[in-house]
Structure formats: C-alpha cells, structure tokens
Design a protein around this ligand. Structure first.
Ligand code: GTP
Ligand code: MG
Length: 287
C-alpha cells in the first residue's frame, strides 16, 4: 500500500482544496468506514464543512455488523446529522441516497423555485480519509466504473462532475482528508482494517490489539473460528493455541507467531469471522 504521509503542510493544503471545492456543491457526503465509524472520521470535519449540508455515509457496511451500523445511524440522526449505511461494492443504494439528499436539500429547492429558477441536479462532493471507498461510492452512484478505485490510498486525481442519475452531479475528484492521529487506539483500528499501512505498527501489536477487541466484542465467533475451548486472558497462549490448530509451526516444532498474526489479521480483514464493527457509540463519539 502506498501510504500518504500527512504532515501539517499537507493537511493545510488538503483543507484548502476541500474548502475551494465546497463552494461548487450543495451537499457533502462524508464517508466513514462502517467498521470503525469513529476512528475513520476526520477530526476537523465539522470545522471544514461548516454549514454546508452533510450526509454521513457509513460505507463498507457489508463488512460491518448490521446491528451496530443501525445504532450509529440512530445516534447521528439524533444529533441532527443525517446518516445512511451503504455497500458501495454491490448494494443498490442510489435511490435511497438520492431520496435522502432531496429531503436534506428541500429548503434549498423550494427557495430556488420561489425565485423562479428551474429544477436542477444537486451537486455533491465526497469527503473522507484515504481508502474509505470514495471512488467506489462515486462509481456506485454514477452507475458505472467511472472513477478510478484501488486499494492504494490516493489514486484519484482529475476533477469533473459525474452524473448520478438525473438529480445529482458528483465531483469526480473526492476530497481526501487525514485521519485522526489522537492516540494509539485509533492507529491500531486503522491498521487493523487495513486503512493505514500495516507495517507502520508492529504486526504483533496490531494482532494483539485485534485479539483483545474480539475477546471483548465477539468472543463466540473467535472461539468457533479457531476451535478454542476457553478464552484465557493470556493472549500469547491464545495465539499459541491458534498456531497449533492452524499448523503455523516452525521447522523445529515451535509456533511461527508471525504467521499466526498474519493469518489472524487476514481472517479479520476478509470477514472470515463474519461482519464486525470494532467501535461502539459509547466509545466517545465526537461529531
Ligand atoms: N467490501 C467493500 N469494499 C469496498 C466498499 N467501498 C470500497 N471498497 C473497497 O475499498 C478499497 C478502496 O476503495 P476506493 O474507492 O479506491 O477508496 P478511496 O477512498 O477512493 O481511496 P483514495 O482515492 O486512495 O483516497 C477498494 O479495494 C474498494 O473495492 C464497500 O462498500 N464494501
Ligand atoms: Mg479514490
């Protein structure tokens, strides 16, 4: 993965570019990763978007726990921030997104109609941290693979408007914002789902973090997947057990822990333990 390095200068530039583009649009689609809605949010979003209408998109909702996605949506809506869960890969959410957009922008349409203006497509821009699925989301709405996607952050360059049905125009070049940098936990979550380059943090630390999250939030799935009879508090012992059950052995017979960690993270990222959400609303959300 080609990691964008965010330095203060880059952040200022990204912010400026987004602020320029904001003038061109009626609404902002703020994309979050439904598995980590808090960690994948840009900390300055409110400050950057200001009073431009905003719709929070919990993207990659196919990878997340539906119950938890519903709770996050309810939470945002209660705070006055409209939100929707979306699977940009294979779902068909265009109608729901357009309907929600129209509802959010109703006042604007009415105002324009009173001024005698003809109905026009709304203009939207997509905002989010690298790799959250901005280009995929645009393609989903535009109906074809028009924006370039890839699992490397930072693949998008050009700037035009794409048609998303008859009522929407999307800024082709999405606004890329930096992730949170406040604390180890956020970095771990981003590395765990594969949003930031995994080797920025030692493999063992990411796997260890993931294991403790699963012990806390999805213990049954963990035990089922790896045939564990009990979840001891000693994580090294659990990885040892997983290593034995999965045949991650060194030539001399010891456990190949690196392989165990990789296998575990691969399973996590590829939904082999089912769709999961790694944060809860109670984990101190700030909008
Ligand atoms: N399962 C699933 N994968 C998704 C979804 N949306 C995007 N992806 C995948 O996530 C990866 C990143 O998607 P992009 O659309 O390239 O992300 P981006 O935000 O445009 O990334 P940058 O342009 O690099 O900032 C790709 O491998 C997509 O296939 C989704 O809703 N569900
Ligand atoms: Mg992109």
């Amino acid at each position: 993965m080609n990691q964008i390095q965010w330095f203060p200068g880059h952040m200022a530039k990204a912010r400026r570019q987004v602020e320029e583009k904001l003038k061109l649009v009626d609404i902002v689609y703020e994309l979050l990763d439904a598995r980590i809605p808090i960690a994948s949010a840009n900390p300055m979003i409110q400050n950057i978007v200001k009073d431009k209408p905003r719709l929070v998109i919990l993207n990659k909702s196919d990878l997340a726990d539906n119950n938890e996605t519903a709770k996050f949506i309810e939470y945002y809506e209660n705070m006055g921030v409209p939100a929707l869960g979306v699977n940009s890969l294979s779902g068909n959410m265009s109608t729901a997104i357009l309907a929600k957009t129209k509802a959010i922008l109703r006042e604007l349409s009415e105002k324009e109609a009173r001024k005698g203006m003809k109905p026009r497509p709304f203009r939207a821009m997509v905002l989010g941290i690298p790799n959250v699925g901005k280009s995929q989301f645009i393609n989903h709405l535009a109906g074809k693979a028009k924006a370039k996607t890839g699992d490397t952050p930072g693949v998008t360059r050009m700037q035009t408007f794409l048609r998303g049905g008859n009522f929407l125009e999307l800024l082709d070049n999405p606004g890329i914002l930096w992730p949170r940098f406040d604390g180890e936990r956020v970095g771990m979550l981003l590395a765990m789902v594969g949003t930031i380059k995994a080797d920025l943090i030692p493999l063992e630390a990411v796997a260890d973090f993931g294991l403790s999250l699963l012990i806390d939030k999805y213990p049954d799935r963990l035990m089922n997947r790896y045939d564990l009879e009990a979840l001891s508090v000693d994580q090294r012992a659990l990885f040892h057990k997983i290593g034995i059950n999965r045949g991650c052995l060194l030539q001399g017979g010891g456990i190949d822990y690196d392989r165990v960690y990789k296998l575990f993270l691969h399973d996590l990222r590829n939904q082999l333990l089912g769709p999961m959400t790694f944060e809860r609303i109670t984990d101190n959300v700030s909008l």
